[in-house]
Design a protein around this ligand. Structure first.
Ligand code: AMP
Length: 303
């Protein structure tokens, strides 16, 4: 029962209609691992620069996240700058600085190679494959990506998708990847690239899962206050994969439950900037929101 993630560990600068933050802790692997840590033991593969404060690593360790695979290199940490308008569903990227990720050649610590569940978080698809090729016997491989890589490294991304069981992306990314505006047709095309399941995250409209001939729809939690959607996708993936790893049951009914755990973690994450809300959750809060999700969509069958 062990989960491995490769992705970015970053400094994010984010502006939303409700405030802004500068160079706070972020990154796809950071959000993912923090959310997943409520369910299972998780290990990160990433690189940071010599400007990365020790206190951030101390925080990850305090969540029992294995950081042995976070390399520290001379240079600057990955930086991302984005903003959101009142339509909070899609970030507008203002700046991406790969910095130390540009020359990163991951070499997995020995203890990482036997991990059974792998999440290839949003990062260069070449790196995603480089990490996956070092894992001996993965039982489940899932993946995320974004427009930066769909537009910039499409061929490499398609190679990664051949090796993936579950792809989790948002609706805009699904349309861009498939070059198809209709989501049902987009899903069909993406499944033909390799993944057996596709989870499309739709922000405040919930999530859809497509498997060959089957669709599952989950709502989003109707929140009163959304401050910062950054990391919603990654914390969704962290809850989703964390729960699957803790059960090692990949049947459809359990994947449906995992989608709700993912939705719960994403809903907590957007309530504040950076990792502030998901840093210190109580597992009972996760369970109680899971039950609220169940109540939200429960209705009686026809008699
Ligand atoms: P999301 O969960 O989709 O909101 O992802 C937000 C996180 O993705 C931020 O914390 C960023 O640091 C990170 N990010 C943004 N662009 C990239 C990129 N091109 N590669 C890797 N990570 C990125």
């Amino acid at each position: 029962m062990s989960l491995l993630v490769v992705g970015s560990v970053a400094f994010d600068s984010v502006k939303t209609p409700f405030g802004e933050v500068d160079e706070v802790l972020g990154g796809s692997a950071t959000y993912f691992a923090t959310a997943a840590s409520y369910f299972t033991d998780v290990a990160i593969v990433a690189v940071v620069g010599d400007d990365f404060p020790e206190e951030h690593l101390t925080f990850l360790k305090s969540r029992k996240i294995n950081t042995a695979g976070i390399e520290r290199k001379e240079g600057k940490t990955f930086r991302w700058k984005g903003e959101y308008g009142y339509e909070l569903n899609e970030a507008r990227t203002l700046d991406t600085q790969l910095n130390v990720f540009q020359s990163f050649r991951p070499k997995l610590p020995e203890s990482y190679k036997s991990r059974r569940v792998v999440f290839l978080a949003n990062i260069d698809p070449d790196l995603q494959r480089e990490v996956l090729s070092q894992v001996k016997e993965p039982a489940l491989v899932a993946c995320d990506t974004m427009n930066f890589w769909i537009g910039g490294k499409r061929d490499s991304l398609i190679e990664t998708l051949k090796l993936v069981d579950i792809l989790l992306i948002n609706d805009g990314e699904a349309r861009e990847l498939s070059k198809e505006p209709n989501l049902v047709k987009a899903a069909e095309k993406i499944l033909s690239f390799g993944p057996k399941a596709l989870v499309i995250k739709r922000g405040e409209y919930g999530a859809l899962m497509f498997q060959k001939g089957k669709i599952f729809s989950a709502p989003a939690y109707p929140l009163e206050s959304v401050f910062d959607p950054t990391g919603a996708g990654d914390s969704f993936a962290g809850g989703f994969m964390g729960y699957l790893t803790s059960t090692m049951n990949f049947e459809e009914s359990n994947i449906r439950k995992a989608i709700i755990f993912g939705s719960v973690m994403a809903s907590y994450n957007v309530e504040s900037f950076s990792l502030d809300r998901i840093k210190a959750l109580d597992y009972s809060e996760i369970e109680s929101r899971f039950r609220e999700f169940k109540a939200l969509t429960h209705f009686e069958d026809l008699s």
